[in-house]
Write a protein that binds this ligand. Structure first.
Ligand code: FAD
Length: 317
């Protein structure tokens, strides 16, 4: 089922969560434990992240430096298909511009269609580590809007090869990312919102937000979107803090602010256990308020941890 149909049919807020594929070398056991700890709470769909190749520089015993390309978390398509077929829960694999050619993207979308997957989250991705600016693949897309355009073309049966015959349309429901505190590269929120509108005008069905810790920032963002004519559902992203160092790591990585009250409570924590308690309580507080204010869905960033998420969902719904 498509995410947009799930949201349209729902009478109240639904719940979904985001998972990372296992690190290369690991099996899927832990990931399935996380899913199984949450299936009782009726998640309506599950997002699966995608990770591009990274460059690594390794010093060898003779002192030479070897450059190598690694993909730390392969397997998104296979895992997405397995989850959907095993649990009967629709999945939303993430599709990236960065590190992929248009042709590779087309092949992934064909595979997803063959596997019965109807949803994707279309993202640009970040530059490779140590690269200050995002560089698209020479035969890839420069931004998520172009990627949405390719997916929409396939919906009309328009593949990359112009002379292809028997063009089966590939019909995906498309989500895109939005940034209530603006994307870190954007000169200002208004400009970022114009590019967000461009993705929606090209064909995105809904928006999922970057994590935020002050609901007022989300409500203001939704209002600004509506003011410029963005009418699609805007799904709030909630990240339950579970480590003490996230007090400084999350603002650095995601260019977001932590409200004073939350930051002060985390700063007082003596260990990760205490930080996880503070983070869980804060996520419950945020989630209850979002449900009360009829957010279409809660998108919980689990990063592979299920116990705090089940507590949040139990309390919020
Ligand atoms: P875009 O929409 O392309 O925007 C990127 C920047 O370019 C913005 O500053 C925007 O204002 C600007 N811009 C957009 N269009 C134009 C244009 N036409 N001309 C000029 N400037 C433009 N990353 C991963 O690697 N894997 C994941 O699985 C993943 N999942 C995510 C899930 C969610 C819900 C979110 C919010 C983010 C996720 N990310 C993931 C991170 C994301 O890839 C990065 O934040 C990335 O830097 C931006 O992606 P985007 O799709 O928002 O890009």
């Amino acid at each position: 089922m498509k995410v947009i149909d799930i949201i349209d049919k729902a009478k109240s807020t639904v719940f979904s969560f985001e998972l990372l594929p296992p690190l290369k070398g690991n099996d899927t056991g832990r990931m399935y434990q996380t899913i199984e700890s949450l299936t009782d709470f009726d998640p309506k769909y599950i997002n699966i992240t995608t990770h591009r190749d990274e460059l690594e520089f390794k010093e060898m015993e003779d002192g030479t430096i070897v450059k190598r390309t690694v993909r730390k978390r392969p397997g998104t398509v296979a895992i997405a298909a397995d989850i959907q077929h095993k649990y009967g829960i629709p999945v939303v694999p993430h599709i990236l511009c960065g590190g992929f050619t248009k042709s590779e993207t087309e092949h992934v979308l064909i595979d997803l269609n063959f596997l019965g997957i109807e949803n994707v989250l279309a993202l640009r991705g970040d530059g490779v580590k140590n690269q200050h600016v995002f560089k698209p693949d020479p035969n890839g897309h420069a931004n998520a809007n172009e990627l949405v355009g390719q997916i929409k073309d396939l919906q009309k049966g328009k593949y990359l090869e112009p002379d292809l015959k028997n063009n089966t349309p590939l019909d995906f429901c498309i989500g895109v990312a939005g940034y209530p505190e603006k994307h870190f590269e954007s000169p200002n929120l208004d400009m970022d919102l114009q590019y967000l509108k461009q993705k929606v005008d090209t064909g995105a069905d809904y928006i999922v937000t970057q994590m935020f810790f002050d609901n007022q920032i989300y409500y203001d963002f939704v209002k600004k979107c509506r003011d410029i004519g963005i009418t699609v559902p805007i799904i709030p992203g909630i990240k339950p803090i579970n480590l003490k160092n996230q007090l400084t790591v999350l603002p650095k990585i995601f260019s977001i602010d932590l409200p004073g009250e939350l930051a002060n409570e985390l700063a007082k924590c003596k260990n990760n256990e205490e930080a996880k308690r503070v983070g869980t309580e804060w996520a419950i507080f945020q989630s209850k308020d979002l449900v009360a204010n009829n957010a279409p869905s809660l998108h919980i960033y689990t990063y592979g941890i299920g116990d705090n998420v089940s507590e949040i969902i139990k309390a919020a719904f």
